[in-house]
Design a binder for this molecule. Sequence first.
Ligand code: XMP
Length: 511
Amino acid sequence: MQHEKILILDFGGQYNQLIARRVRELGVYCDLLPYGTGIEKIREYAPVGIIFTGGPNSVYEAGAPDVPAEIFSLGVPVLGICYGCQLIARKLGGKVTHADTREYGKCEIRYDTQSALFAGVAAKNICWMSHTDYVSEVPPGFRVSARTATCPAAAFENAAKKIYGIQFHTEVHHTLEGEKILKNFLYGVCKAKGDWTMANFVDEQVAALKSKLAGKKVLCAMSGGVDSAVAATLVHRAAGDDLTCVFVDHGLLRKGEAEEVVSVFRDKLGMNLVKANARELFLSKLKGVSDPEKKRKIIGEEFIKVFEKEAKKIGAVDFLVQGTIYPDVIESGKGASAVIKSHHNVGGLPSVVDFKEIVEPLRDLFKDEVRKVGTELGLPDSVVQRQPFPGPGLAIRIMGEVTEEKLQTLRDADYILREEIAKAGLNGEIWQYFAVITSTNTVGVMGDARTYEPVIALRAVTSVDAMTADWAHIPYDVLERISSRIINEVPHANRIVYDITSKPPATIEWE
Ligand code: XMP
């Protein structure tokens, strides 16, 4: 089915993916394409509306990101946000001025509720600003539709031509009625119908996969993570027993996770799941290794070797399933950044599997959409709402050498942390939370005896995309319960500390 689509032209602002997620949440499919996308491609894409995002540049800089002038005469509604609105002003004959100071944060705003964009929104309102340049004169034929104390044209429009500019960010939740404004643009201005739902997505994908995979052999590497789980379940709906999933149990998953993979996918969903028990192999390869990068490398290589061995038993297949999601697609092709940690994913698999084609059923979806698809497919919350978990697993949460004893301690401590966070109802607010076994032993006293055991650290962070993070302000009484339960219930635990560092300068994981 051909969906109605919004085209978002990306000018490099930090909230760009957030705009796309908001549009999709409102029921309209959209893609984020680079601002340099040619006019022919834009015509071919046939959007019902176009959004220009914010960006770090100034429209007056030489070589500043631009759009083809024809974009304004396609008859397609345009909404420019921040840099996007300044670009509209500049290109259509208005004036953009450089302010001496940057305006950043929450700000009082007055909307003209006669505007289609602000229909049904309270006139006196709060929005979120982040800019230095501002539109000081709107282009001929345009009128101002919102003001703030410092921004004479916080919004402006040419309703007849359906071109709208807003200086503030509708997509961040600090803009109080931002969602309504975006909804007004999609439904009031672009006349979208809202045909993007995850139930539709599942039906369409299953139908498409059925014809693509009919009678073919399909292979999937199951990691226990959300993306591979949902990809495999979706493919299973279409391919049934023609799909084989291989799950490498490296013994570095959290308490109960490996068992859950088998119980959900093999027992409940009836998938053809091969479990490779490689716990001892991984432990023996990691023996005596304490350098984090070496650990990652060993785990990555061994994982591929074990998978290859299993894949050889299955033989040649037609399709290899990958759990690639939309942010991966957007990110690939962007400039390389410094390698802080060599992340291990299942990227090396294609080279060791005898297959003809890759199938990536989730490549158009954001993470929150992947979760919704999982729920739609009947996967339990414990799988679908699983927090991000590093490929090398618990090995990088044990500082220094990985041993079975430390793994056991870590699994138990981590389980208690997870249980108490859930009981306190905090799991929805915290991005990631886990325990770490440090390489420092300290003295304790238990009963009348001296103990000398590694310090256990707790880490919990809030974040949007893991690029930056803040430590979570967990209430003291919750921390107290976690600490006393770990000390009482976990052998070898004699001291617990809480990590209160943000990222940067720290990273989320300790290794
Ligand atoms: P850092 O520690 O770099 O983590 O702040 C950012 C996010 O990435 C996860 N992470 C990994 N994920 N393989 C992965 O697949 C890895 O080697 C790896 N190291 C860190 C981390 O859990 C956090 O969500």
